[in-house]
Design a binder for this molecule. Structure first.
Ligand code: MG
Length: 373
């Protein structure tokens, strides 16, 4: 077992990243960026324990894709780091941001070789441009650009972060608390992905896999008298609606399951538990919007959807085109890529007895192509 734990901070919200995908979920081949970066550094530290800090909603999906410890991040980078440090049991800790995607193995070696030199070992780059601070040109030899990963003595870092002051890197907190810092030469390849344009410039990143993924969904709801009927996002003239915790839009529910299935993101019950009172009588279009946002943020783009409504009553044909356009707009795709079909059960079974409606949906998705836009 190594005397070192590797912490990767992946809980950021990508607020400066102007594409629908959260940057930690951009795909490198099939791997999300957080997994690619973790494995890349782990290759240089085969015995190190690994802790990832993540948004709480993403933890179940991350733990299904790796064997690393994943802890809930906080509201700030520093709080996320403090949460992760609680789990560290080794005397040394190496901390980096998932946004530094192409860290070179030589940089890891440089940090390790100098680990006894100070409380924190920090990669830094010299500045070759003229630097102006508050309208005054200052000596650029005195200026450094600080990078991660940073290698610290765990106890020193824990103590240094017992403060309300927010630091943008660990070494600033360590120095402010009286600890020592040693600089090693940084690496221009360890540049941080901040804006979406940054990622294309990083040579270590392979494009996303061009694979397509398909999912299916199925749902049934019984009729309930006196409720408005909503199906495929459209109000249908009918003496009854659907019995359900939500508005009962059985077509949208099946479609949500198809989308989540295609992206391997679980099912509608996991995303919107019917034990949650906030979903009572909710407009299912809202649920579909949130589902689409989730797919986008996890790195998927929706390609197409096909919906089969199985109903003896009401008549679906007059509403098919409106449903198709409504659903296409909610999916952010052209209506030519959404299909709505209707069939009956020839009077057989509960659908044939006009007790309810069943819907089968299929959807396909692909990874967001960050390389070609
Ligand atoms: Mg349902």
């Amino acid at each position: 077992m190594s005397d070192l734990t590797l912490i990767l901070l992946a809980a950021g919200n990508s607020t400066r990243f102007k594409v629908p995908v959260k940057k930690q979920w951009l795909r490198i081949g099939h791997d999300p960026l957080w997994l690619f970066v973790t494995n890349r550094i782990k290759n240089s530290l085969p015995d190190a324990a690994v802790i990832l800090s993540a948004h709480p909603d993403e933890i179940p999906f991350m733990t299904s894709m790796c064997d690393f410890t994943v802890v809930a991040g906080g509201n700030t980078r520093q709080q996320s780091l403090k949460n992760a440090l609680k789990e560290v049991k080794t005397p040394y800790v190496m901390v980096t941001d998932i946004a530094r995607a192409c860290i070179d193995p030589d940089l890891i070696t440089r940090l390790l070789e100098h680990k006894e030199y100070a409380d924190t070992i920090v990669p830094a780059l010299d500045v070759h441009d003229t630097v102006i601070y508050k309208n005054e040109t200052i000596a650029r030899e005195q200026v450094k650009r600080i990078q991660t990963p940073q290698l610290s003595r765990t106890e020193v870092l824990r103590r240094a972060l017992e403060t309300d002051i927010e630091y943008t890197d660990e070494s600033s907190a360590v120095v402010a608390s009286g600890g020592t810092r040693y600089f090693v030469i940084g690496d221009t390849r360890a540049a941080k992905i901040t804006h979406s344009a940054d990622i294309g410039a990083l040579e270590c990143l392979a494009p996303p896999s061009p694979f397509l993924f398909t999912g299916n969904g199925f749902d049934v709801h019984p009729f309930e008298e006196g409720k408005p009927m909503v199906l495929g996002g459209v109000e249908i003239e009918s003496p009854y609606g659907f019995k359900a915790h939500s508005d009962g839009d059985v077509a949208i529910h099946a479609l949500i399951d198809a989308l989540l299935g295609a992206a391997c993101l679980g099912d509608i019950g996991m995303l919107f538990p019917d034990t949650d009172a906030s979903y009572k009588n909710i407009d299912s279009k809202q649920l579909l919007r949130r589902c689409v946002e989730k797919l986008h943020s996890f790195g998927f783009i929706i390609l197409h959807a096909d919906i089969t409504i199985i109903a003896q009553a009401p008549k679906i044909a007059p509403y098919k085109d409106t449903m198709r356009r409504t659903l296409a707009s909610l999916l952010h795709i052209p209506s030519a890529r959404v299909n709505v079909k209707a069939t009956t059960t020839e009077h057989l079974g509960f659908i044939g007895r006009k007790e309810g409606v069943g819907v089968i949906a299929t959807a396909s998705v692909h990874y967001f192509d960050w390389k070609n836009g």
